[in-house]
Design a protein. Structure first.
Length: 201
């Protein structure tokens, strides 16, 4: 999810980056291929993510805790494109959050052998990766689960392990949405962040 482009949105949404759109593994006879040759090929499940490709304006609403007032950013620009032959979606995002620079980068794919979506993200609010995995690729939405360690909001380092749940809502191809829920030990799950995507005009 990154920086603005001088191309029109239709160009960004319809034309292939240098690494190419996913080509379905089921589009031709592959009976002669070994499993090692067949499984790395992009599948129809990768095509499910095609609507995310493009340049987007993003509204991010962040609540550090369940009781906190939301922090809203409306100046984020995100670029999403296929890389490595259409096997992975790369997202790059930049803007501000709470008056400070914010940068986020992520990689979303479908692991054909393990039959699950996998999502790796990083941003300038931490120095570690967030990794999450889907439990069922047949959900109406793409839901992924993981965990991360939170330092804490006080002076002392707490190091709490937080459960993590992402939901990608893909039905509205012009306004996809991603929600990030977290659960602290002995607490209820709450909506930490919501990213709402609008095509950049």
């Amino acid at each position: 999810m990154t920086l603005s482009s001088h191309h029109s949105l239709s160009d960004d949404r319809q034309h292939t980056p240098s690494q190419g759109h996913p080509q379905s593994a089921g589009s031709s006879d592959m009976s002669h291929l070994t499993a090692n040759e067949r499984l790395p090929l992009p599948s129809s499940t990768h095509h499910r993510l095609e609507s995310l490709v493009g340049v987007w304006r993003v509204q991010l609403t962040l609540r550090p805790t369940a009781e906190a007032s939301p922090i809203v950013s409306t100046d984020l620009i995100c670029r999403i494109q296929w890389i490595i032959g259409g096997r992975y979606l790369e997202e790059k995002m930049e803007g501000t959050l709470g008056g400070k620079p914010y940068t986020r980068q992520g990689y979303l794919t479908y692991h054909t052998l393990l039959q699950r979506y996998e999502y790796l993200t990083m941003d300038n609010l931490d120095t570690g990766f967030m990794t999450s995995y889907s439990m069922d690729d047949k959900d109406a939405h793409v839901s992924l689960y993981g965990s991360f360690v939170q330092a804490g909001y006080g002076q002392e380092i707490v190091g709490r392990v937080m459960k993590l749940r992402y939901i990608w809502f893909l039905e509205d191809t012009e306004h996809p949405k991603m929600q990030m829920y977290v659960t602290a030990p002995a607490n209820k799950e709450f909506l930490l962040a919501e990213f709402v995507y609008t095509p950049q005009s």
